[in-house]
Design a protein around this ligand. Structure first.
Ligand SMILES: Nc1ncnc2c1ncn2[C@@H]1O[C@H](COP(=O)(O)OP(=O)(O)OP(=O)(O)O)[C@@H](O)[C@H]1O
Length: 303
């Protein structure tokens, strides 16, 4: 499988402060990778290295088969910054035409991109009249100018309502299907969970964990939560690590993942009126790794 981004033994310092240590990970072609970590973990620094805006203090950052700083490489990267800024007086179409000129991308792409992000009807309206969701979609269209092979999205859904968030992720899904490789930095973990193939978790400048959701769950060894309602009789099972009553007759059991099926089979014998199985979420996994790294309580990590 082709490697689109590769970090090899990357260290990064600002003056005396080392902010990235021994970074080794890859983004493969056609993948959507989530880059996660607490405030100050090193995500923006990593993105700046991949964009070729800064040079690694040591180690190698390879992007699309070249050095991140090569202009040939930079032309193939689309970037949506967290706070994308536009001229409020320009229309959506004029905005994209402006960025197309800056990027040396064909002006002919502008209307197709506006259609792709669902802004055709608003193309002639001034950006100052756009909602947050429309601005974000315009930002994505800007990032897609020049048909980039690699797309980097920094907090693409901040401030978006749940439907706008879903629309944005569906669009990202379509880009992935068309072969674009994507890195998403986000603190909004429940939203991004179903749209990423793999995650890279940073804490205090170190790579704390890397893998798909199944691998991360397995490595973390977190319990599965089984919720049952209306059990007839008391339930006991050696693989239940903890249990707590919830409202309306529900009971929540924390269970060793390997014993999940056997616990469910035993529960069914007590004729529950309802049952839910909840594997550890990306947020559970994230918190586990932050705790493991001793990063809980430092900026941005909730206790
Ligand atoms: N230009 C700079 N000069 C000095 N220190 C910097 C500079 N940029 C970032 N840092 C420091 O590097 C560390 C990593 O910062 P970075 O912005 O990469 O984190 P982040 O994970 O993107 O955080 P956030 O989620 O808050 O955006 C922090 O300690 C930060 O203070």
């Amino acid at each position: 499988m082709t490697v689109v981004v590769e970090l090899k033994q990357v260290q990064q310092s600002y003056g005396d402060l080392q902010v990235l240590h021994d970074m080794n990970w890859q983004l493969r072609a056609g993948e959507v990778l989530g880059l996660f970590g607490h405030n100050g973990a090193g995500k923006t620094t990593t993105v700046r290295l991949i964009l070729g805006l800064i040079q690694a203090s040591s180690g190698q950052v390879r992007v699309l088969g070249g050095e991140a700083s090569e202009s040939r490489v930079r032309q193939q990267i689309g970037f949506l910054p967290e706070n994308v800024m536009f001229y409020p007086q320009l229309t959506g179409r004029e905005t994209l035409q402006h960025f197309a000129r800056l990027k040396d991308a064909p002006l002919a792409q502008v209307d197709a991109l506006l259609a792709q992000v669902g802004l055709t009807a608003a193309a002639s309206k001034r950006v100052k009249t756009y909602s947050k969701g429309m601005r974000q979609r315009l930002g994505l269209a800007q990032a897609l100018l020049g048909e980039p092979k690699l797309l980097i999205l920094d907090e693409p859904t901040v401030g978006l309502d749940p439907i706008a968030t879903q629309e944005l992720y569906r669009l990202i899904g379509r880009l992935k299907d068309s072969g674009t490789s994507i890195i998403i930095c986000s603190h909004v973990l429940p939203g991004v969970e179903s749209y990423i193939d793999r995650a890279v978790v940073l804490a205090r400048g170190y790579l704390e964990a890397e893998g798909n959701l199944y691998e991360l769950r397995e490595q973390a060894g977190l319990p599965v939560r089984i919720r049952v309602q209306g059990l007839v009789g008391e339930f006991k099972h050696p693989e239940v690590q903890a249990q707590r009553p919830l409202s309306q007759g529900w009971l929540e059991l924390s269970v060793n993942p390997a014993a999940k099926l056997s616990v469910v089979q035993e529960l069914l014998k007590l004729q529950p009126s309802d049952l839910e199985v909840r594997p550890p979420s990306l947020e559970d996994i994230y918190i586990y790794y932050m705790e493991k790294a001793g990063a809980v309580g430092i900026a941005g990590v909730q206790q």
